[in-house]
Design a protein around this ligand. Structure first.
Ligand SMILES: NC(=O)c1ccc[n+]([C@@H]2O[C@H](COP(=O)([O-])OP(=O)(O)OC[C@H]3O[C@@H](n4cnc5c(N)ncnc54)[C@H](OP(=O)(O)O)[C@@H]3O)[C@@H](O)[C@H]2O)c1
Length: 336
């Protein structure tokens, strides 16, 4: 029996995941004796479904040629999901942290029907983590979201699986590559505005960089870690947030004189949910440069453990989805 996947959103990450599934199909068959097939995909205006399975590379080619993944018009993603048969929803539509966007409807629809969900879409998780977690449990479904924090950096699985048995006192990390790039360029002497412009020219920052530089994106990740690692039922409003827009060249230079750099740090602990620029000693694990993400997990038995990696990107983010899919498939085998 195959594992049948529906993909909601077929942009950078959706296509990256389809490509990765094609690349790793042999490995999956060898490990689990079964196939993981895409049976459905939809974007903002079109959809496609075949219970026989779809060729991932043909979907990517169709999207490149026509701008649409399918030839059926899409009216309502949640209604489409309710009309088809699948096992796992991969939800990679745009993040909307104000309403949860279409992604929240897709995830509710899937979990409500007992389908498993893998997502890297921060909006639904930052707004409604507890609701979705409960919905998943009530319906015997799994919800995994490794790529929603730190992209390819496996911070959630590290805390929830590899560090099982430890008491985690806090997690502190750089969870937004755009801000880290800007602050690293300010270390090189650039003023904020110029560093931001460079980030935009290189494609690291959006035309509207507000969510990144005001700390909102990092705060969403703080919420996801707080809920999933610490079991704190919180949402975005519970995080104390300061962004990087007020950091001056002078402040960066003064910090450098004392052997510090300034980094935007997300801190999660039972006592504190905070995003703020902090002084970090040069050479400390949290003093990474460029677009890298990093996290330090403070444990009672093993002390501090640090992890670093690329926080975004087509194949990097898709690799986190693949890892969630394989973990799910392993649990299906173990639970047989
Ligand atoms: N890119 C990264 O490195 C990265 C890293 C971590 C997390 N994420 C998250 O992953 C998600 C996808 O990011 P992305 O970079 O792939 O974005 P993207 O390239 O803009 O793709 C978004 C896709 O969603 C589709 N879409 C828009 N509205 C939709 C709706 N109502 N129903 C279904 N599909 C809809 C778009 O359709 P059209 O193609 O028709 O416009 C597009 O195919 C976002 O939530 C993002 O925050 C991305």
């Amino acid at each position: 029996m195959s594992i049948d996947i529906a993909i909601a959103g077929f942009g950078t990450v959706g296509q990256g995941f389809a490509e990765m599934l094609a690349l790793r199909q042999g490995m999956i068959r060898e490990a689990f004796g079964t196939e993981a097939r895409i049976v459905a995909a939809f974007d903002s205006s079109s959809a496609i479904y075949s219970e026989e399975g779809l060729d991932p590379m043909a979907l990517v080619a169709a999207k490149a040629e026509t701008g649409r993944v399918g030839d059926e018009p899409l009216v309502d993603g949640a209604a489409f999901l309710e009309s088809i048969d699948y096992d796992v929803l991969v939800e990679v539509s745009p993040t909307d942290i104000v309403t949860g966007g279409a992604g929240l409807h897709h995830i509710r629809s899937a979990l409500g029907a007992g389908r498993h969900v893998i997502t890297v879409n921060k909006g639904p998780l930052a707004l409604a983590f507890a609701e979705l977690d409960t919905l998943a449990k009530e319906n015997g479904a799994q919800m995994r979201f490794e790529g929603s924090v730190g992209g390819a950096m496996p911070i959630i699985n590290l805390c929830r699986e590899s560090l099982m048995g430890q008491e985690i006192g806090s997690v502190m990390g750089i969870l937004n590559g755009t801000c880290n790039f800007i602050l690293s360029r300010m270390d090189d002497g650039l003023p904020f505005e110029q560093a931001l412009k460079e980030a935009q020219e290189l494609g690291y920052a959006e035309a509207d960089p507000g969510y990144d530089i005001n700390g909102v994106d990092t705060a969403c990740k703080v919420v996801i870690l707080a809920n999933s690692v610490f079991g704190i039922d919180c949402s975005y409003e519970d995080v104390d947030v300061t962004g990087i827009t007020a950091i001056s060249e002078e402040a960066v230079a003064m910090a450098a004189e004392q052997n510090y750099c300034i980094r935007l740090i997300g801190e999660i602990s039972p006592e504190r949910l905070e995003v703020s620029p902090r002084l970090v000693t040069k050479g400390h694990p949290l003093s990474v440069t460029g677009t890298l993400n990093v996290a330090q997990v403070n444990t009672d038995l093993a002390g501090p453990i640090s992890i670093s990696g690329r926080g975004a990107g087509r194949s990097e983010t898709a690799s986190a989805i693949l890892s969630d899919l394989l973990a799910m498939m392993r649990s299906f085998v173990n639970n047989k």
